[in-house]
Write a protein that binds this ligand. Structure first.
Ligand code: AHR
Length: 788
């Protein structure tokens, strides 16, 4: 008989803000996503620096009668330098295509149009579909040489989906005009159409269309369905505005491709500069720091902003330490923006934007996935200044992009040295890595800085991925050293994918909540303030999923965007299936060194000299025939910053050893040693990597339990096995109460799509007797109970 006995009277850990969300504007998560703006390139600021094919008229087109020029002579504001000058001898129109297949409107709903204009004339505003398809999508989008020209776009092709509204314009200087449109029918392919009479000569900018029904009705607000999906997670915090988006950029705050500098994102929307988003698109910054804080307030969660630390690991360049003061001051100003009263400079700025009361701020992160001394030299300046002025704010230091290794270790060393409150760890791994590393945090010091697992996910959006994440979260919940955790990435517009998997997928009118979403939701909605003790009896010990004691299979070598010579290859087990010397080229062709190594222990050694290229080599070992399962030694990986070992299971990578290393053109003697599942690499005789490729195992049932201040008890159980588990849950003292259960179950490969949801939560109830209640946890399921 399996029993779980819960002891609410024995708290084991405070969980405070444990589970939250992480918002980054990648995959068009903000513009074309959460941010409610329906017009793409509303201020004619798109430029090739954002993305090669962008230009000032991207997403705009015109009918043949219209003459237009993008001008800069007298803009609304110097931060928003481009505007459109429209002139027409005959009536004609311009149209904006929005995002995805077009602007989405819902029949009967209202939409708020606004525009800045200058001159004398009239604009007739409507949303319409083109009843005939444009000659081609390319023609519709235009190019920088031929923006928006397409003779097939004529008035007769327009089919209005809102009534037209006329807007008289009479202004010598830039003035804002507004009107409301009502959709007469639903469309997913609308175009915002502005029609001008003969004789028009007008300047236009900030052409905008928002649903009136934004989340919480805020102006310049958020798309309601996406925002509600986030709110329904009940996050306890939101990390923003991004990961690499924060630090991948120019050190000059005024540069178009600057790092994410919060100060550029506040104030009147028409005065905010456009920004190159490092995910290769344009960021309007219409969704800026003020809007992020408001959103956190609306969701009832703690804002957790992350500021750049004056160092860009993508380029290996940092602000001169003598000038770090400006960055530190900007961070203190942000804290004042969030916490200062109206008499402070930045508190007054916040008040001027519509929020006189402080938002409050409990956490601040400095840096994202930082590797290299450059960041850690600069971090203490931020740390000390924040600590001195705002001693109650919890400061989050940064670790590298992997669960283990040199980047991670440097972050922790710095955090311990300076007394950071938390350290931001990130990793994306195979489900098997999560199954093999459930006890990852057991050895962390519970009395040191706490872990902020600021980005984690298993590679995939199937129910199997979600189950492994759920199992891992039961351990995160219990581990004394873990303070905060959030899945990443959060949002993806399905037509603009930079990164997958993601928690929520959407297009212009639909939102898909993945199985991973429902797991996150279950964990956030079934969490008290304190973990409680429990005893699990009658359960089996964790079972290995495979008994592969050694790393056997093929060994191959390929260049990684380099040309060079491999020579003097030696393999301690035979046969060696390649000549003792060969060349690698920038074609990255793969050379098989040994077709099938079956020995438990072996070593490969060879000389390498790079003659051309920027990176190094990819040495694959233990490659299974016909499967994408292997170990990879990457000598000079990611931008030539790494010397890593990664374990791939069916194509999904987990980095299990990380060293910072830059391959140069000098001669190298490389050695790989495999002993069972232990791996070591040597470069010119020096130990470089040392790790164990741990095998996945399954626990009989993954369990966590907590309680809140009202005495409600939460129990979560994850059954990853293929068998139902009958369990007696003992909870003395709760007789007569009800356990409200939520169950997630399904096929392991089940995914939710725009067409069909295959994994959805189901609710049920159990009555408790004096002992508790009996329950059968179905095979492949996550179950959460709220009892009390
Ligand atoms: O979440 C996607 C990216 O992954 C983040 O920008 C970065 O921090 C990490 O590498």
């Amino acid at each position: 008989m399996k029993t779980i006995t819960l002891f609410p009277q024995r708290p084991t850990k405070d969980v405070e803000d444990l589970f939250g969300i992480f918002f980054e504007d990648l995959n068009h998560a903000a513009d074309g996503g959460l941010y409610g703006e329906l017009v793409q390139n509303r201020s004619f600021e798109f430029a090739p620096i954002d993305r090669e094919e962008y230009h000032s008229l991207t997403a705009w087109r015109k009918s043949p009668e219209i003459g237009w020029n993008v001008e800069t002579a007298s803009p609304i504001h110097s931060n928003n330098p481009h505007y459109l000058h429209v002139h027409a001898d005959r009536e004609g129109f311009i149209a904006n295509e929005g995002y995805n297949a077009g602007i989405c409107l819902e029949a009967g709903k209202e939409y708020e149009f606004s525009i800045f204009a200058k001159g004398q004339g009239q604009i007739t505003v409507a949303v319409a579909e083109f009843s005939e398809a444009p000659a081609s999508k390319e023609a519709e989008r235009g190019t920088s040489e031929d923006p928006g020209e397409d003779p097939s776009i004529i008035r007769g092709t327009l089919r209005p989906v809102t009534a037209s509204a006329a807007l008289p314009i009479s202004a010598d200087n830039w003035s804002k005009y507004t009107l409301t449109l009502t959709a007469s029918e639903t469309t997913h392919a609308g175009r915002l159409v502005l029609t001008f009479p003969a004789g028009t000569d007008l300047c236009l900018d900030m052409v905008s269309l928002f649903p009136a029904d934004t989340f919480r009705g805020r102006k310049n607000g958020l798309r309601r369905d996406i925002a509600e999906a986030l709110q329904e997670l009940k996050p306890r915090f939101m990390r923003f505005p991004g990961g690499c988006l924060v630090h991948d950029g120019n050190l000059d705050k005024t540069a178009r491709d600057s790092m994410y500098r919060w100060i550029n994102t506040v104030g009147p929307v028409e005065e905010r500069p456009s920004r190159r988003n490092n995910w290769r698109y344009n960021q309007t910054l219409g969704l800026g720091y003020y809007e992020y804080f408001c959103f956190c307030e609306d969701m009832g969660c703690e804002p957790l902003p992350v500021v750049p630390g004056g160092f860009n690991p993508h380029k290996g360049e940092g602000v001169d330490v003598d000038h770090i003061g400006e960055w530190v001051e900007e961070t203190l100003a942000l804290i004042e923006f969030a916490t200062g009263d109206e008499n402070t400079k930045y508190g007054a700025l916040r008040a001027s934007m519509g929020h006189p009361a402080p938002f409050g701020l409990k956490y601040i992160g400095v840096g994202n996935e930082e590797i290299g001394d450059g960041f850690f030299e600069r971090y203490p300046y931020f740390h000390q200044a924040i600590r001195d002025k705002y001693p109650n704010i919890r400061i989050i230091n940064s670790a590298g992009p992997f669960a283990v290794g040199e980047g991670r270790d440097a972050g922790w060393r710095s955090a311990v040295k300076y007394g950071s409150d938390l350290v931001d760890e990130h990793y994306y791994s195979s489900p098997e890595w999560f199954l093999a590393n459930m006890h990852h945090y057991d050895d962390y010091d519970p009395n040191g800085p706490k872990v902020f697992l600021g980005e984690f996910a298993s590679w995939g959006n199937t129910f199997y991925n979600a189950l492994t994440e759920a199992a891992y979260m039961t351990h995160l919940e219990k581990a004394p050293a873990v303070g905060l955790a959030c899945y990443a990435p959060l949002l993806c517009n399905a037509d603009y994918v930079n990164w997958a998997p993601d928690l929520i997928w959407f297009n212009g009118h639909q939102v898909v909540k993945t199985p991973n979403y429902y797991v996150q939701q279950l964990f956030m909605t079934h969490l008290g303030n304190q973990e409680i003790a429990f005893e699990a009896e009658g359960f089996e010990a964790a079972m290995p999923l495979t008994d592969e004691k050694s790393i056997s299979g093929a060994i191959t070598i390929a260049g990684n965007d380099v040309a060079g010579e491999i020579s003097d290859i030696q393999l301690t087990v035979l046969p060696l299936n390649s000549p003792a010397a060969f060349s690698v080229t920038r074609e990255n062709e793969v050379h098989t060194v040994a077709e099938s190594v079956t020995a438990e222990n072996y070593a490969l050694e060879f000389s390498f000299r790079r003659s051309e290229g920027r990176k190094g080599l990819r040495i694959v070992f233990g490659k299974k025939p016909g499967e994408d399962t292997y170990l990879l030694w990457e000598f000079g990986g990611w931008d030539n910053w790494d010397c890593n070992i990664s374990s791939f299971v069916r194509g999904r990578a987990s980095t299990i050893s990380h060293r910072i290393f830059h391959v140069t053109d000098q001669p190298y003697r490389l050695r790989l040693e495999v002993s069972g599942r232990r791996i070591r690499t040597f470069v010119n005789g020096e130990l470089m990597n040392e790790t164990v490729d741990r095998l996945p195992e399954l626990e009989d049932l993954y369990i966590s339990a907590s309680k809140d201040t009202a005495g409600t008890v939460y129990l979560k159980c994850v059954n990853l096995t293929g068998e139902n588990k009958e369990v007696q849950v003992n909870l003395p003292g709760f007789g007569g109460k009800t356990a409200l259960g939520t169950l997630l179950t399904g096929g392991l490969s089940g995914e939710n799509t725009f067409e069909k949801d295959t994994v959805l939560p189901k609710e049920f109830q159990k009555a408790l007797n004096d002992k508790g209640f009996a329950h059968t946890f179905p095979a492949h399921s996550v179950t959460a109970f709220r009892i009390g």
